[in-house]
Design a protein. Structure first.
Ligand SMILES: C[S@@+](CC[C@H](N)C(=O)[O-])C[C@H]1O[C@@H](n2cnc3c(N)ncnc32)[C@H](O)[C@@H]1O
Length: 183
């Protein structure tokens, strides 16, 4: 079993091909998870598991668990392999399927949801996940600066729904961090 940081370093060489998040976004997610002591996290869009390793390594510290959703079986299998190499596979359930079908099947209350799949589906992912996010839970959406024109409905929703307090953060390709108030 390799240390997870060496697996991350190796995967950074193919980050463009697998459209992985930047290391600073991984660090950002890790800080959020550890500061809220998250126990249950949902990731939408696994790819080869780069961001999944960041999330799982943080959840190892909090004693939490991760469900990650990917509809490409080949990528899901690669992610599972990388998680095994990183010694984090016991923390993560990789579910193969369309997030639009899989999110409603998650019988879990989430402390944090990370969105990084189809940009024009972000709003639907969030609307499906929202009832399962605890009051005080966080939503992080990636690529919100560079691909903002593909997610106008998401941006409108997170900045105009009273139950969500949201902020744009210009970290790498941009993230919107939202905080759920009330239930
Ligand atoms: C930007 S990549 C994810 C990158 C990953 N979060 C990382 O940083 O390592 C998006 C992934 O979402 C997957 N995807 C896109 N739409 C999906 C959907 N509706 N359900 C499940 N997976 C989806 C794609 O196959 C792709 O692997």
């Amino acid at each position: 079993m390799e240390n997870y940081t060496s697996v991350l370093k190796r995967l950074e060489k193919t980050a463009k091909e697998y459209t992985n998040i930047a290391p600073e976004n991984g660090q950002f997610l890790s800080i959020l998870i550890q500061s809220i002591k998250a126990q249950n996290v949902l990731e939408v869009g696994t790819s080869n598991g780069y961001s999944t390793i960041w999330l799982a390594a943080a959840l190892k510290e909090t004693g939490g668990k991760l469900i990650t959703l990917e509809f490409d079986p080949k990528r899901a299998e690669e992610a599972q392999g990388h998680l095994r190499e990183a010694g984090l596979d016991h923390i993560v359930e990789v579910r193969i399927g369309n997030a639009l079908d899989e999110i409603p099947k998650c019988d879990t209350t989430f402390d944090l949801v990370f969105l990084d799949a189809e940009k024009d589906e972000y709003r639907r992912y969030l609307e499906l996940a929202l009832p399962s996010i605890r009051s005080g839970g966080l939503i992080v959406a990636d690529d919100t600066v560079t691909m903002r024109d593909e997610m106008p409905d998401y941006v409108e929703f997170v900045f105009n729904t009273p139950m969500l307090h949201s902020v744009d953060i210009p970290l790498d390709d941009g993230v919107i961090l939202s905080y759920k108030v009330g239930s």
